[in-house]
Design a protein around this ligand. Structure first.
Ligand SMILES: Cc1cc2nc3c(=O)[nH]c(=O)nc-3n(C[C@H](O)[C@H](O)[C@H](O)COP(=O)(O)OP(=O)(O)OC[C@H]3O[C@@H](n4cnc5c(N)ncnc54)[C@H](O)[C@@H]3O)c2cc1C
Length: 268
């Protein structure tokens, strides 16, 4: 990298060139060589409001710091409110990383162990993306990450915000996570939510897989139905393989955790 630019807030795509990329907290960008990059476009001066509560739900700006989300106190009647803070606590992070990283940076890094990736998928977030030609699009979080460190962003496209719908925030939830050490990187992370009115149960499988997967049940499922859904929706090639766990280990714990979540949510 040879250059850095703080684009004007009213024209973030100003003078876009090949080799440009967005800079949020910089904790991933500055942690490894990226010789293909020429210039960083710093998002720290956008002036975007970090967190906005409305009747429709919660709007989180991509530039919202992880610590800001951690400090946010959700209204008590949001049943899934405590999950926001818990999600943030699932990072493996040094002091520097903890204090610099952003919600959008984590989503766009699109790593299997990305806690904001899990949060967005589990709460059925909608992501707003801005394109260089001035257009925008809204995409469901579950479709955003496509693999280990890959996503649907087109060249130059910018994640603007994360919308968590009120309906998701009002659902009961539970989670199960495994990592090799107490404060280690997640190697399996499952979150279940339950809409008590419709009885729908949604289990989000993440970290075990290269991208999050939804297992959705219109009523309370049986153990057999959950097991079948894992088999049908998570083919072997989707399980992540890295030093934190083999695909076989991740698959085994996915069955175990999904069943625990089913049992717990069925009683909620
Ligand atoms: C010690 C250490 C531990 C870590 N542990 C974890 C972990 O447990 N889990 C995990 O997921 N990651 C982890 N990481 C990787 C990384 O730090 C995090 O993913 C972090 O959340 C990235 O956020 P950031 O704001 O610093 O993003 P940046 O480093 O600034 O950017 C990350 C990527 O996203 C792009 N980007 C950023 N914002 C936007 C936007 N609004 N629109 C479009 N593109 C954008 C950037 O161009 C870049 O490609 C770790 C890194 C280190 C050094």
């Amino acid at each position: 990298m040879t250059d850095m630019l703080v684009p004007p807030a009213q024209d973030l795509f100003h003078d876009w060139r090949d080799g440009d990329t967005w800079l949020a907290g910089g904790t991933l960008i500055f942690s490894q060589p990226m010789p293909h990059l020429r210039r960083l476009r710093d998002l720290s001066d956008t002036g975007w409001q970090s967190i906005t509560v409305s009747e429709a739900g919660l709007e989180i700006a991509a530039t919202c710091g992880i610590t800001e989300l951690h400090e946010f106190k959700p209204p008590e009647h949001w049943r899934a409110g405590p999950f926001l803070r818990q999600s943030v606590e699932e990072y493996l992070a040094s002091f520097k990383v903890w204090n610099r990283q952003t919600v959008g940076g984590n989503i766009c890094a699109s790593l299997p162990a990305g806690p904001m990736v899990t949060m967005g998928a589990a709460l059925e977030a909608q992501y707003k993306l801005l394109a260089m030609d001035g257009s925008d699009r809204i995409v469901p979080a579950i479709n955003f990450v496509t693999g280990d460190n890959t996503n649907i962003l087109q060249p130059g496209e910018l994640l603007r915000s994360i919308h968590l719908p009120m309906a998701s925030l009002m659902r009961n939830y539970t989670l199960r996570r495994f990592s090799l050490t107490k404060h280690g990187r997640s190697s399996i992370y499952l979150v279940g939510t339950h809409d008590t009115k419709s009885s729908e149960i949604l289990i989000t499988v993440s970290a075990a897989t290269i991208h999050p997967v939804h297992l959705r049940f219109t009523g309370l499922p049986s153990s057999e139905q959950v097991r079948k859904a894992v088999d049908q929706l998570i083919p072997a090639k989707l399980y992540f393989d890295d030093p934190n766990g083999t695909p076989a280990h991740r698959r085994h714990l996915t069955y175990v955790f999904a069943e625990q979540i089913r049992t717990e949510l069925s009683a909620s």
